[in-house]
Design a protein around this ligand. Structure first.
Ligand code: ATP
Length: 364
């Protein structure tokens, strides 16, 4: 039996509700009949930690994470602390510090979900968005001087490196090549941004030559939003810069049903460092403490974690359990128009995971 060391970083807001729910699901997966087990260590980092220590996570926090096989993250954000402090102090520190340069965001309409694109059937929307996760608009380059004076200047610069662009494009082409439709759309804005985005386009064309089986095209990010709504079936795998993909994946999540359902993997594909898995939603303080947060995005993120760890059978079992639960409207949370609580959905997924394990033991 394989044992995995999992770091649990619930963070803030509903992260503190959905991350423990994720832990319960992993524990259910590890019960008799399974050939994997998990040892958890929880790290109480985030806004409360910041209030006590002046930082979102300790200086040596990354070293503690490096000793783990994977990280389950909840969310970061607090109404009383500026967003750039909570984002840069925790999530970006981990993604950049552990070189998790490929952010993978599947979007699909799960069974039973009433998605807003009425003309669109479930097969029309089955995308994977690949987000560059360590540089671009989130490089942190820029500055602010003469604060408060009329001559105040502020600048944020998007920084792209040949290495950074090449590795994310190659990752996306490889992912597209492994999917049935072998189709990749490269999102750009090289009409207006005439330096970095032009290099982005040129490198995409260079990398494309390594993947003759992949049919690829290029789309401006503004046109892309319209295409996602009006021609969803024309898309399969999508690669975009850090900021563009951030925006497009929220749109994708909403089109697939709810922000509460969408998963993310922050991958260090070379496996030098552990990868991090999290729902794409934020801390959602408006619903915090009410027990109504949709935990499906967290559970789907665990499917991505299990796939990354090489536990394909456990990943399949969990995805099947999730789909059985979403298919039942009585188990929909409020964001999906239902009345189920976080713990009811969690218990339902755990019960189906256990039932599937018993069945596989019985047939073995
Ligand atoms: P942050 O600033 O941390 O990104 P936010 O509240 O601005 O947080 P999100 O948390 O991403 O943004 O969510 C936007 C809205 O979507 C929330 O106000 C909430 O109502 C809804 N929402 C997000 N996640 C969930 C979820 N898991 N379950 C139910 N509703 C959700």
């Amino acid at each position: 039996m394989k044992r995995y060391r999992i770091a649990l970083v619930p963070g803030d807001g509903i992260g503190k509700e959905v991350a423990p729910a994720g832990k319960r699901v992993l524990e259910a997966l590890a019960e008799p009949g399974s050939d994997c087990a998990f040892d958890f260590e929880e790290f109480p980092w985030g806004a409360d930690f910041y209030r006590q220590h002046g930082v979102m996570m300790p200086e040596d926090g990354l070293d503690a994470l490096k000793a783990k096989d994977a990280i389950l993250f909840g969310s970061a954000g607090d109404p009383a602390i500026p967003d750039h402090i909570t984002l840069w102090g925790l999530r970006l520190k981990i993604c950049q510090g552990l070189d998790q340069y490929a952010n993978v965001r599947p979007a699909r309409i799960l069974p039973g979900i009433d998605a807003p694109l009425k003309r669109c059937c479930a097969e029309d929307l089955d995308w994977v968005i690949v987000r560059e996760n360590t540089e671009g608009e989130y490089a942190g380059a820029g500055g602010r001087v003469h604060r408060g004076f009329p001559l105040e200047v502020a600048a944020d610069m998007s920084v792209m490196t040949r290495t950074g662009v090449e590795r994310i494009q190659r990752f996306a082409f490889r992912l597209a090549a492994g999917r049935p439709r072998k189709r990749l759309t490269v999102v750009t804005k090289s009409n207006a941004q005439r330096h970095a985005m032009v290099m982005w386009d040129e490198i995409a064309a260079e990398v494309a030559r390594e993947f003759p089986d992949v049919e690829w095209d290029k789309e401006m990010v503004d046109a892309m939003t319209a295409r996602m709504v009006s021609r969803p079936a024309s898309l399969d795998t999508i690669v975009a810069t850090n900021l563009h993909a951030d925006i497009l994946s929220d749109l994708a999540a909403a089109l697939a049903g709810s922000l509460g359902m969408a998963p993310t993997a922050n991958l260090n594909p070379e496996r030098v460092y552990p990868s991090m898995f999290e729902p794409i939603h934020g801390s959602a303080f408006d619903i915090m403490g009410k027990g109504i947060a949709n935990p499906i995005g967290t559970f789907w993120s665990l499917v991505l974690m299990l796939e990354h760890l090489g536990e394909a059978e456990a990943a399949r079992r969990l995805m099947h359990a999730i789909e059985q639960v979403t298919a039942n409207p009585k188990l929909h949370t409020r964001d999906l128009g239902g009345a189920a609580t976080t713990s009811e959905v969690t218990e339902a997924v755990c019960a189906r995971v256990r039932a599937a394990a018993k069945k596989s033991v019985a047939t073995a």
